[in-house]
Design a binder for this molecule. Sequence first.
Ligand code: ATP
Ligand code: MG
Length: 247
Amino acid sequence: MIELSDVRKVFPARRGAAEVVAVDGVTLSVADGEFAGVVGRSGSGKSTLARLVNLLERPTSGRVTVGGRVLTDLDDDGVREARRTVGMIFQHFNLLDSRTAAGNVEHPLELAGVGRVERRRRVADMLDLVGLADRHASRPAQLSGGQKQRVAIARALAARPEVLLCDEATSALDPSSTAGVLDLLRRVRAELGLTVLLITHEMAVVRAVCDSAVLLESGRVVDGGPLTDVLARPHSPLAAQLLPAPA
Ligand code: ATP
Ligand code: MG
């Protein structure tokens, strides 16, 4: 369960640049096991919103709750600990180039102090889950974009999070790799009972996998709800963007 309650994030004015209200009073709730989408144009505050969910950014005001824990009430040590329940994947994968696929998946487990035998077991399980057991010794440079994102998913899931945040996770991929990664996300969501928050500017991605969606504009939620409801309301701003333009 993810709950944001009237969350604001203001980046203060700095070196001549004006103050930016990146997230402006967002309230939203994602149920356990739900696949939720956040859609919005560039600069609408999507990445900031994702970073607020795992407290990579502290909100200026408002409350963030994940899995029943009020993250905004925790100190920095508490946040670091709680962040293990939230995995994240990114547009540009953010893999360590010097490490193999297995080494990348193992990395967060090393940081979490998981013992060697257990680490090896989980790495093998995760690479198996994402269909890359045979590429465990490959480095990122030897993998396709879709394969790199699979490694990043395996890495994000290795620490057994309850929530997976996906920030433009398919935006750097071609259509066939996109479909493969979305299929994988759908499958791991079902197999592991994950809650997924998928952030994207691509309406087709939301339509393909999400149960629910919100539309973000200038840091505010301007439309949202279960996807079927949104699509049944053809005059809603979100439906207008999700539905194909009339021919
Ligand atoms: P994109 O689709 O291009 O990734 P986005 O929807 O993810 O955009 P954000 O990256 O969340 O948008 O940015 C929202 C607003 O906050 C933008 O105006 C951006 O310039 C501003 N912003 C983001 N991070 C910072 C920061 N660390 N300091 C100052 N302003 C920031
Ligand atoms: Mg972004």
